[in-house]
Write a protein that binds this ligand. Structure first.
Ligand code: NAP
Length: 543
């Protein structure tokens, strides 16, 4: 049989015709007119202007819902709508604040078509969850998304931004900026990789985001990396409620659900616990080095595949019984078991000036606040792994940091202390801070030399404190859970506490307080709970 030859140019033509027919059908059902305005200036970005004219002309052949007007940049309408760059497209500017600097060509032709469909149908296409987040935003948002014609991820982000502007024209303005058509702003905003998104001139997204993640970032005015869907219900029934969303709690959630339990993780503060504010985590098996926040994002994303997470929700009370009643500030859980993975909170020095100047130069989180002290003088207090890691991190980001330790040797690992020397970070041994001074912010500290007993004032802009942690046992104490002499939760090798059905895992148990030990304890506790629920030890009677 003779081989059938296919001419590639015929194939392409057929595909293009099909796409055109589909578009025509979609455009045909559009109920609303779309006024488009193009502003341009001769000799400025002419290839972009010409490409824009061509695209608009091509689309107008598919629908008559598009009206088109072109004006020079010095026209009074340009002034009216505050247009100063060539070429700029405005979409229905009396109704929406949507503009585009550059040409809707290449990968971006997809964005252009999506915008027209949104406007023609007057439907933003936002998911219910995304619309809910958008409706929580009360202040205006001026969004800029930097794109390039060859970026395959850009249309998703640009379309997401425009959806918000279509859904809330009273609140959100959207501007799509081609980095090649507006090199000045691309450089000013340091948009060196696209898509990059800013709201009210603050970076809120690098890379493409889902609708919900974009809107969560838009709400917070900072880049968010994880979106956690909100769960409704005043009363929820569970097999297990995990209090605390650090490594122990999240791991327990994964293992419990995998074992078939209905579980929930409730976290009042930051998911990931202390790890979220640790600059660099070393030697988490499989990862020589990883950023604390990056590790938390991976953990949370993994846990979300299994377990319901309730972030920003605080457990107020736990009432033992069958079921155990766990009350949060938002709802009630009726549960068969509870796992306390409440972790530990940072210890304070307890010296004059510490509380008063907290947040005004006194900090317990170098990852959060270190960048604010770039080029400034800071004391890092402590001699353990945390203090040394934090000092190294701040040195790395350009903070003038000195480590102050109360003894003559550091408790931190050899590898970390060696790095202090390698980076010429000064260490003041045998010194303790006895007072932090400053009117409105930290100006100096009083340091006592423990060998001579002499005190001196040392000028500093910041004091970073990393002197260990105290277990978070308020809830446990309230219900009579036995504690160790050091104040940690007393537990057996199966992570059972003295109250039936209530377990513990992670730093709140004391021990080595490593991320790897916490995840191990979380997994162990979940497996114990699973076995105990099949065969409850509290119901067993001795034969
Ligand atoms: P830590 O190991 O308990 O060290 C606390 C440090 O603060 C000690 O050097 C202690 O001095 C000092 N200190 C305590 N109270 C003080 C006070 N009132 N005034 C001045 N100094 C005071 O705490 P951490 O460094 O936060 O570490 C906690 C746990 O996390 C540890 O198990 C640690 O190994 C782990 N961790 C691991 C990594 C890692 O990358 N692998 C990173 C961070 C933390 P003394 O030495 O005189 O007692």
């Amino acid at each position: 049989m003779a081989e059938r030859k296919v001419d590639p140019s015929h194939m392409e033509k057929a595909v293009a015709e099909q796409a055109e027919a589909k578009l025509k059908a979609l455009f045909k059902q559009m109920k609303h007119k779309i006024p488009l305005f193009l502003f341009s200036q001769n000799d400025v970005n002419e290839p972009f202007t010409n490409a824009t004219r061509q695209v608009i002309k091509a689309v107008r052949q598919l629908t008559d819902q598009l009206s088109f007007n072109e004006y020079p940049l010095d026209h009074k309408l340009a002034q009216k709508w505050n247009v100063s760059r060539s070429p700029t497209i405005l979409f229905d500017p009396d109704r929406y604040k949507i503009r585009w600097v550059g040409a809707p060509a290449g990968q971006e032709s997809q964005t252009f078509v999506e915008i027209l469909l949104m406007l023609g149908y007057q439907n933003s296409g936002l998911s219910n969850e995304a619309a809910e987040i958008l409706n929580r935003i009360k202040e205006p948002r001026d969004v800029k998304v930097f794109v390039s014609l060859s970026c395959p991820y850009c249309p998703q982000q640009a379309v997401g931004v425009v959806r918000a502007a279509v859904a809330r024209p009273d609140l959100v303005s959207a501007e799509i900026i081609d980095v090649q058509a507006d090199t000045e702003r691309a450089a000013r905003f340091e948009a060196f990789s696209v898509p990059q998104t800013y709201a009210n001139d603050k970076l809120i997204g690098q890379g493409a985001q889902s609708q919900e993640l974009f809107l969560t970032s838009l709400e917070a005015l900072e880049p968010k990396t994880i979106y956690i869907p909100s769960i409704k219900g005043d009363t929820l029934e569970n097999d297990l409620v995990i209090v605390g969303g650090g490594p122990a709690g999240l791991t327990a959630g994964i293992y419990a659900v995998r074992a078939g339990l209905q579980a929930a993780v409730v976290e009042r503060d930051v998911l990931g616990g202390q790890v979220a504010t640790t600059p660099v985590v070393e030697n988490y098996p499989g990862l020589t080095q990883v950023g604390g926040k990056a590790l938390v994002d991976m953990l949370v994303a993994h846990a979300l595949e299994y377990v319901n997470i309730f972030p920003g929700e605080e457990v107020i009370s736990i009432q033992p019984g069958e079921p155990i009643i766990v009350k949060t500030n938002r709802r009630t859980f009726k549960t068969r078991t509870v796992l306390l993975a409440t972790g530990a909170i940072h210890r304070q020095l307890g010296i004059p000036g510490e509380t008063r100047l907290s947040g005004h130069g006194v900090s317990y989180c170098s990852t959060c606040d270190g960048p604010l002290f770039k080029g400034r003088k800071v004391l890092q207090i402590g001699g353990g792994n945390s203090a040394v890691t934090d000092a190294l991190h701040m040195n790395h980001i350009g903070v003038d940091v000195t480590l102050v330790h109360r003894r003559d040797t550091l408790r931190a690992q050899e590898m970390l202390t060696r790095n202090l020397e390698l980076n010429d970070i000064p260490v003041m041994y045998n010194h303790e801070v006895t007072e932090i001074q400053g009117k409105e912010r930290v100006e100096s500290v009083v340091l006592r030399d423990k060998l001579t007993g002499d005190s001196k004032t040392f000028a500093a802009d910041g004091v970073f404190i990393a002197i260990g942690y105290q277990p978070a046992v308020e809830l446990a104490s309230k219900i009579g859970i036995a504690l160790t002499e050091d104040g940690y939760i007393q537990h057996d090798e199966r992570h059972r506490t003295n109250i039936p059905g209530i377990y513990s895992a992670g730093d709140v148990e004391g021990g080595f307080k490593q991320i790897v030990t916490a995840v191990g304890q979380g997994a162990e506790a979940a497996m114990s709970i699973f076995e105990d629920l099949i065969n409850p030890y509290w119901k067993q009677t001795t034969p």
